[in-house]
Design a protein around this ligand. Structure first.
Ligand SMILES: [Zn+2]
Length: 57
């Protein structure tokens, strides 16, 4: 599924480390490219930027 609002990525930051994030469409996740590498789920096109919901590496 594509993101409903891809422009959101430009203002989103990882809530854990404040790193930049990238949408990986193949996995339907937002991946932190900062130091933590957390993976945030995308549900129905909406990024869920919550540390509690993130998959930790
Ligand atoms: Zn991070």
């Amino acid at each position: 599924m594509a993101l409903d609002h891809p422009e959101l990525l430009e203002i989103l930051a990882c809530p854990n480390c404040r790193g930049t994030v990238e949408f990986v469409e193949a996995d339907d996740v937002i991946v932190c490219r900062g130091e933590c590498g957390y993976r945030y789920p995308v549900r129905e096109g909406i990024p869920v930027m919550l540390i509690d919901e993130a998959e930790k590496p």
